[in-house]
Design a protein. Structure first.
Length: 262
């Protein structure tokens, strides 16, 4: 447990003194915990995990390493007790139509989508759409959406930057492998290390060829505010909005009639 705790403290770049002050423990005792000379109580493990911003899944690992049972459940979305959550998510998805919206798990795999999301997937190779569908792979793969993305270099830099920050925040080995895979995909456009705004820019849009037109979209990401379940803590809802009037008009005209689908 001490090794795991020290890894998370180093990852957050917090000193023993600062963590001890924030968590209300002595620096001496925290040092003993990290070196294995003292066993923390369950409450202390939870308190340290909270102050370090450790994801719920990893807080369970800390508890197990300290000899305690996990306290955060991990429910499947189709469990009966998750019916209220499923209904809330589907209301959000359906209410966002005709604009695209998707629900993602911690590794960017598609959990659910509304009918508007189908517009983004036109022309994607069928093998990339076999479950589990990874949204980042679908977006940046040369057989996926990449050929239709007008500003591929810019959008790729945006997505890889988000993923890189998630790897740093979660220490998820699966996300690290995904980042390495995506970096290996070809890209004919220059990929900026830092996104520098041009005159009048206020966000990075996704510019997508659709028929003879060009769609311009930006997205927002929503998460559950007070999750006590690992599955809920790792879900995110990405909703796309038109960045100009022409895109809004096209999406309204192309509005599909089908309901949200798994």
């Amino acid at each position: 447990m001490g090794e795991l705790l020290r890894e998370w403290r180093d990852r957050r770049r917090i000193s023993q003194l600062d963590l001890a002050l924030e968590a209300g423990v002595s620096t001496r005792h925290l040092s003993f915990v990290e070196t294995g000379r003292a066993t923390p109580s369950r409450d202390m493990v939870l308190r340290l995990g909270e102050h370090l911003g450790v994801p719920l899944r990893e807080r369970n690992r800390l508890l197990l390493a300290a000899g305690y049972a996990p306290v955060y459940g991990e429910s499947a979305l189709d469990d009966p007790e998750m019916a209220v959550v499923r209904e809330a998510v589907r209301r959000l998805l359906t209410g966002h139509e005709p604009y695209p919206a998707v629900v993602l798990d911690r590794r960017w795999n598609l959990v659910e989508a509304n009918a508007g999301a189908a517009l983004l997937l036109e022309g994607v190779a069928p093998e990339l759409l076999r479950p589990p569908v990874n949204v980042l792979r679908v977006t940046l793969h040369p057989d996926g959406m990449a050929p239709a993305i007008v500003n591929l270099g810019e959008w790729r830099a945006h997505l890889l930057g988000r993923l890189r920050r998630e790897v740093a925040a979660t220490a998820d080995a699966g996300l690290a492998d995904l980042l390495a895979e995506l970096r290996g995909y070809p890209c004919a456009q220059p990929v900026p290390e830092v996104e520098v705004p041009g005159p009048g820019d206020f966000l990075v849009p996704l510019r997508l060829r659709h028929g003879g037109a060009e769609l311009a979209l930006f997205s927002t990401v929503a998460t559950f505010g007070t999750p006590l379940d690992v599955t809920l803590a790792e879900l995110s809802i990405e909703s796309f909005y038109p960045a100009d009037d022409a895109t809004a008009s096209l999406l309204r005209r192309a509005r599909p009639a089908s309901p949200a689908a798994p």
